[in-house]
Each structure stands twice: as C-alpha cells, then as structure tokens.
Design a protein around this ligand. Structure first.
Ligand SMILES: Nc1ncnc2c1ncn2[C@@H]1O[C@H](COP(=O)(O)OP(=O)(O)OP(=O)(O)O)[C@@H](O)[C@H]1O
Ligand SMILES: [Mg+2]
Length: 405
C-alpha cells in the first residue's frame, strides 16, 4: 500500500494536487482513498461534492473515495477512558462539569486523532493508495513529530505512574478522596502508545513519502526548503516537489511578462535547492480545477514534466536514518538535506543522554532512541557533511578512534 502525503505553505495547492494524484491513482484501477487531516476540509469542494462528506470514506467515482477525518469522533472513542478519569478528579476538587470538560480536551488532540484514523484506514487492507491532504507546513510538522514525541512521554511516564498509583492508592484515596486511575485508564494509554508507534512505522516506512507543494515565490521556497530538512530530521522521506500555479509564458503585456520572469528565476532556485528530487511543474489554469476530471488533468500534466518517474511507484529515496558499522565503530547517518541553505552549522546541536540522542536543527528537535547496541557505546565524533549528520559511536573500552571531529 502506497501512502502519499502532501504538505506546503497555505494556499499553494495542496488539496488540488492531493485530489488530482488520488484521481490519477483511481483511474489506474487502484483502490484509492484521499483523506484530509486539515480541519478546514476542502477536498469535498475540490471534488465538487460539497462539504456533506461523512467521517467514513465516501465514493466520488469508481475506485476513488474521499474522507474528512472527524477528529472529534475519534477523540471520543480513544480518549473516553482517560477523560472519564480526569473528569472524576476535577469533580472531586470542585471544578464544575463544563469547565472540567474543557480542561480535559488536550491541545493538539485533533492531530493525534487524525493520525489514528489514518492508521485505521491503512490497516484495514481496503486501500492500494492512501493520499493525505495535510494542513499547512507548520501544523504538518507538528503532526508528524507527534507519534514519536508522545511515544517518548508515554514510555517514560506509564511505568512510573503505574508504580506510583500502586503505592499511593490506599493512602490518597482515603486521605483526599481523590480517585486513582484504574487499569482501564492505563490500558487506554498503552493502546494509544501502540497505535502511535504503528502510525510512525507506517509513515516512515519505505512505501510512504511526503511531497512538498510550492508556488514559485521566494518566501514560499524558503519555507519549503526548511520543511525538507525538518521532515528528514523526523525520519520521513520526501520524494518530490510540485511547483504549482506557474504562469504560462506568452501574451504581450508587461504585467504577465514580469511574473513569468520572476517565477522563472525562482524555479531555477527550486531546482538547485531540491537537488536530487524531481520538481514537477503545474501551470496556472484559467479556471479553478474542480471535479475529478479537472483535478486528474492537473496532476497528470504536472507529473508528465518528469516522465521517467512513476509518481505512484514506491520511491527509491534512501531512508533518512541509517547505521553503518566499520570495524569497531558504528556511524549513524541522518539525512538533513538542504540544511546549508537555511541554518548555520552551529545551529545543529547534538546531545546524548543514555540511550537517547537529542538532535536540534534550528527550532526543531528530535529525541532519537538509540538501538540497544549503540546505547552501550560512546559518541566519538559528530559532523555535518554531504547533507547528513554523521554521529560515530565507538565501544566504551577503546581509546583510539577511527573518526573524530
Ligand atoms: N494550477 C492551478 N490553476 C488554477 N487554480 C489553482 C491551481 N492550483 C490550485 N488552484 C486553486 O487555488 C486555490 C487554492 O488551492 P488549494 O485549495 O488546493 O490550496 P491548499 O494548499 O490546499 O490551501 P489550504 O492551505 O488553504 O489548504 C483553490 O481555489 C484551487 O482551485
Ligand atoms: Mg487545502
């Protein structure tokens, strides 16, 4: 099953290109689902079927289904146990019910539940292609960093909490009348943890990739470059860029000639910035592309730009995270493409804490849990080179290093 995610700055054409790619996939006879994680669902509008979409996949045409994730419903299903517990605690300390309900709604919950829905669809076995129309870049990055980050907390908090609850239960329940979480609360958290781990495995696996949609404008390009680096930092593969809303050359007026020239300059930079990735071009149409046929045409025309690449095939992009062992040392290689273009080297920071590596790039940080074999070794060198962060680990006992920095 192929999973394709589309992200990019607001308004660049993410929904249009996602819907078009999905229509293309369906036209090949592949069972295709396009779903949006963006609260401002506009897929229904793009397909011309309105906003009346249910939270279950709705058929648009043969093999093509569209779904707007109902985060609220998924929230209720998965969180009800935990919320029930939180409500009982708040009730004990005298918080009124309505205020308490507000308090138990976690910021960012919508995004988590969009991911859980994506997982549910992916494991259902009903789809050959799942296309995800993501929210604008910043939210997508937050969304894609979530499974690992939440997993990190849950792995550390759950065992401690369980122990504490066991020890304190008799004391606290008597003393303050504060209810203690029952096993069902923990079970709900464990389930959440496992499902998020699955989401993470699915989205960072070889059959999933992210495409960045942009328009040929400097500000848009700058953001797109940063998102390439950041997506790689979090372990996602970016397999191409769609440059959308390109003004076709021609005509005789200066206004148009000015835009064509300006966009052309930026397009040159797009090619240079995303070296090694296909940059598909999509022209500004005279009307808004609405409906399956229009959308499919937009996608077909764009992908035809790089005719040798099948836009639905599994990409050959290497995994962003690899380890390589030579003799006594092992090197962790984390792709950070495009990095030099927007951050100075000293903005890449590395920290080690036991079995964890904290990698900070600009404003983004990833806590990477090291494989057991590496956790026992010490870091003997780190450098940024060739679009990668390379961290070398050596056995604790050796004094000589083959690589240092
Ligand atoms: N190549 C194109 N030619 C003409 N109109 C286009 C093209 N691409 C997108 N549009 C139009 O531009 C508008 C914005 O596109 P779209 O909704 O796909 O962007 P988006 O990135 O999903 O936006 P948002 O960030 O709000 O979700 C829509 O009205 C769409 O029909
Ligand atoms: Mg959109």
């Amino acid at each position: 099953m192929r999973i394709l995610l589309f992200t990019g700055k607001g308004g660049v054409g993410k929904s249009t290109v996602s819907a078009g790619t999905a229509a293309m996939s369906a036209a090949r006879g592949l069972r295709t689902l396009v779903l949006s994680t963006d609260a401002a669902h506009s897929l229904g509008d793009a397909f011309g079927v309105g906003q009346a979409l249910g939270s279950e996949p709705v058929a648009v045409t043969e093999h093509l289904y569209v779904q707007h994730v109902d985060a609220q419903r998924r929230f209720e299903e998965s969180w009800v146990e935990v919320q029930g517990y939180l409500l009982s605690v708040l009730d004990t300390i005298g918080v009124d019910r309505i205020a308490a309900e507000e308090l138990t709604i976690i910021p960012g919950a919508e995004e988590v539940f969009a991911l859980l829905e994506l997982r549910r669809m992916a494991v259902s076995g009903e789809w050959d292609t799942i296309v995800v129309d993501c929210a604008p870049t910043a939210e997508t990055l937050r969304l894609l960093a979530l499974p690992e980050a939440l997993g990190w907390y849950l792995e550390r908090i759950l065992p401690v909490q369980r122990k504490m609850v066991k020890a304190l239960k008799p004391v606290l329940t008597k003393a303050a009348g504060v209810p203690m979480p029952g096993d069902s609360v923990f079970d709900a958290l464990v389930r959440l943890h496992d499902e998020l781990a699955e989401v993470r495995a699915l989205l960072s696996g070889p059959e999933a990739s992210v495409r960045i949609v942009l328009t040929p404008e400097r500000v848009v390009l700058a953001e797109a470059r940063r998102s390439w680096t950041t997506l790689s930092l979090y372990g996602y593969r970016v397999d191409g860029v769609v440059a959308n809303r390109i003004f076709p050359a021609g005509g005789s007026d200066d206004w148009r000639a000015g835009w064509v020239k300006a966009q052309d300059d930026v397009l040159g930079d797009v090619g240079a910035s995303f070296e090694g990735l296909p940059v598909w071009r999509s022209f500004y149409r005279p009307t808004e592309p609405v409906g399956v046929e229009d959308l499919r045409e937009v996608a077909e025309a764009a992908y035809a730009w790089s005719g040798s690449i099948d836009p639905l095939a599994v990409p050959e992009t290497a995994a962003p995270f690899r380890t390589e062992t030579t003799g006594e040392s092992t090197t962790v290689r984390l792709a950070l493409p495009g990095l030099a273009q927007w951050v100075e080297r000293d903005q890449v920071q590395l920290g080690r804490n036991g079995d964890e590596l904290a990698i900070t790039v600009g404003a983004y940080r990833r806590l990477l849990t090291l494989p057991a074999a590496l956790a026992r070794m010490r870091v003997s060198g780190a450098r940024v080179e060739g679009g990668e962060l390379r961290v070398t680990f050596s056995r604790q006992t050796t004094n000589t290093e083959s690589e240092g920095s």
